[in-house]
Design a protein around this ligand. Structure first.
Ligand code: ZN
Length: 218
């Protein structure tokens, strides 16, 4: 069982489902040649895909193109079903740093055939996740600098201010489809600059005032 930890409050949540947004930053949607969607585009990763400090991403043998995507992770602390945006943030326990590892070649092949792309997003080690800081310690989750470097070289540098759908709207939307439960995690999409990593690379993801995560690739 994977757990989400909030060290400042000693809280631990068994991780449930991980609901992810695609194309939630306009510049990233453009770099992949995708339209900016009207409604949030959702997919899920299983809890078994989570890794943490001291662990490594293992690129599956069925892919030749594994991409990093740094994302702000939202940890749900109480059940949310059909909540309004006004009340959505009451259900957030904390914020963390995630890397949405994506097998871009596999995803593109499956998308072009109209097939689901879980195996490009939900494989073992596909969700590096940091510890969480309590939600009350984050004054504004929409003014956070997100960065990712590979082998010390900057690749992504964005800001959560540029999200298309903001966290209250995201939670309201998701909770009308999937009941959110304590320990569920939402990945809020990635800014521009995604790219490939190979075995031997080391990724460092960092979100200002939230934390950082250094993960090797094998
Ligand atoms: Zn993503």
């Amino acid at each position: 069982m994977k757990t989400a930890n909030i060290p400042a409050t000693s809280q631990q949540f068994p991780i449930g489902k991980i609901v992810c947004l695609a194309r939630n930053y306009a510049e990233h949607a453009r770099e992949l040649g995708n339209e900016t969607p009207a409604a949030p585009v959702l997919f899920m990763k299983p809890a078994s895909s989570v890794i943490g400090y001291g662990e490594a991403v293992k690129i599956p043998s069925y892919s030749q193109e594994c991409h990093y995507e740094v994302e702000l992770a939202v940890l749900i602390g109480s059940q949310a079903r059909n909540v309004t945006a006004d009340h959505a943030l009451e259900h957030v326990a904390g914020y963390g740093v995630a890397i949405d590892m994506t097998l871009r070649d596999v995803q593109n092949q499956l998308k072009s055939k109209g097939l689901p792309w879980e195996i490009a997003k939900g494989f073992d080690t596909a969700c590096p996740l940091s510890d969480f800081v309590p939600a009350v310690a984050v004054a504004d989750p929409h003014s956070l600098n997100l960065k990712l470097a590979v082998n010390g070289e900057s690749r992504q540098n964005g800001n959560s201010a540029d999200m298309i759908n903001r966290i209250p709207q995201i939670i309201a939307h998701i909770s009308g489809i999937f009941t959110l439960e304590p320990g569920d995690v939402i990945l809020t999409g990635t800014p521009a600059g995604v790219g490939q990593v190979r075995a031997g690379d080391v990724m460092t993801a960092e979100i200002a005032s939230i934390g950082s995560l250094t993960i090797p690739v094998t």
